[in-house]
Design a protein around this ligand. Structure first.
Ligand code: PLP
Length: 422
């Protein structure tokens, strides 16, 4: 059966969509703008906009320093406990802190220090570059005693799962991967990789940035050791909102925070001159949190918890399948290539399409067609599906506008010079 490519069919899917009403909970300032970049910066929840006003005017403006005892101090744990429910962790295994990159640094150093007899770190070339930069820095910091092996993907789309498992032995200290790859959207089998790493005595450190809020994650079920992730993508936490980190409960006391600051001290307000780590996840904090953007994470997390990850994932799979169906019928004949896994079990919540004119098409979509995807070199146009607010009509309209750009050669007026943020 071929997929109907008409707008009426998209509208009929929207009419049957059990999550359709959640779009109302977000600010949609321009209804003609098709936003497919929720995997990079999620939309603003209306509740977050309201909270921002309260935070600034009442909490900061009126309560002043009393705010610390009225919820600010506990916010990293309180919001961490809610994020834990989205990723199959216990409430006392997740805390919000710093950026994903900084959290990765803290946990990678901690993991290597507690595995002194082992020298190798395994990762892949689909990982987020910042993760590899951080790992390179960690290797240097620890005196060059470790070696990072970046296992290449067989096709630039799928993770090198078998090759990676084949490299495991008693010298591997740490396996660290993006659970969902940022370019292709490939999703690793977390339980399988973790079990193999554990059989070799290695620890695992997962980057959940492109999974949390979009892809089911069961850290406890997979017996995962460590994880980090971002809150401004599918959690809709706002630009630059702080990240989170997860440490399995039985590892928490064994691991130290290499950036040992006063927020991770056992009794910060004793102002003792000697550092003693707090018990539990609080030890992974460092300095004063950016309270305004920290607090604004909570409304987006609440929306996902209320909608339910199962329903979110079901819609995400249905929408990426629909998008791939439209690609096959409409865009493949125009030179677009599918650069994401076909198998929905192995695909996150975005679809990457390659095209020889990818960057110029992306620029024409943004500037002339009211479509906001994003672009990842060399040729990927990423179409992100955020099930709480992306409609089937959005996807249909975007595909038709992409087709129009190519058919009308509207990209020709752009040069292939990338803007600062793509
Ligand atoms: C977005 C993203 C990050 C972001 O890192 P920051 O330190 O918050 O800038 C990290 N890792 C992955 C896989 C990402 O997708």
């Amino acid at each position: 059966m071929t997929l109907p490519t008409d707008a009426a069919y998209a509208a009929s899917l929207d009419a049957l969509d059990p999550l359709a009403a959640w779009r109302e909970r977000f600010v949609v300032a321009d209804s003609d703008l098709i936003y497919l970049d929720g995997n990079s910066l999620g939309r603003l929840p209306k509740a977050a906009a309201e909270l921002a006003a309260t935070l600034v005017n009442e909490q900061w403006g009126r309560d002043l320093i009393r705010g610390w005892n009225a919820g600010w101090w506990q916010a990293p744990e309180r919001i961490g406990a809610k994020i834990a429910r989205l990723i199959g962790a216990q409430p006392d295994e997740v805390i919000v802190a710093d950026s994903t990159s900084v959290n990765l640094f803290k946990l990678a150093v901690a993991a290597l220090r507690c595995q002194p007899g082992r020298s190798r770190i395994l990762t892949d070339d689909l990982n987020f570059p910042s993760d590899l930069y951080i790992l390179q820095g960690v290797v240097n910091l620890l005196g060059g005693r470790h070696r990072m092996e970046v296992i290449p993907s067989p096709d630039g789309v799928h993770g090198p799962e078998d090759a990676l498992l084949g490299r495991l032995d008693e010298d591997v200290a740490l396996v660290t991967l993006s659970h969902t790859a940022f370019k292709s959207g490939f999703v690793y089998d977390m339980a399988k990789v973790t079990a193999a790493a554990h059989a070799a005595g290695a620890l695992t450190l997962w980057d959940l940035s492109h999974s949390v809020g979009a892809v089911p994650v069961d850290l406890n079920g997979a017996k995962a050791d460590l994880a980090v992730g971002c809150t401004y993508k599918y959690l809709n936490g706002g630009p630059g909102a702080p990240a989170f980190l997860y440490v399995r409960r039985d590892l928490q006391e064994a691991l130290g925070n290499p950036i040992s600051g006063w927020w991770g001290q056992e009794r910060p307000f004793a102002f003792d001159l000697t550092y003693r780590p707090a018990t539990g996840m609080r030890r992974f904090l460092t300095g004063t949190m950016p309270v305004l953007s920290l607090a604004l994470i909570e409304p987006g997390v609440d929306l996902l918890l209320a909608a339910g990850m199962e329903a979110v994932r079901a819609k995400s799979v249905a929408q990426t399948e629909y998008l791939i169906g439209l690609w096959e019928a409409v865009l493949a004949p125009l030179g677009f290539r599918l650069s994401s896994p076909r198998d929905p079990r192995r695909r996150g919540s975005h679809v990457s399409l390659g095209h020889d004119e990818g960057l110029r098409i992306d620029l024409a979509l943004i500037h002339d067609m009211q479509v906001l995807p994003d672009f990842r070199a060399p040729d990927h146009i990423r179409l992100g599906v955020a099930p709480l607010y992306t409609s089937y009509t959005d996807l249909h309209t975007a595909v038709m506008r992409m087709a129009a750009v190519v058919q009308g050669r509207l990209y020709e007026k752009y040069t292939a010079a990338a803007p600062t943020v793509t």
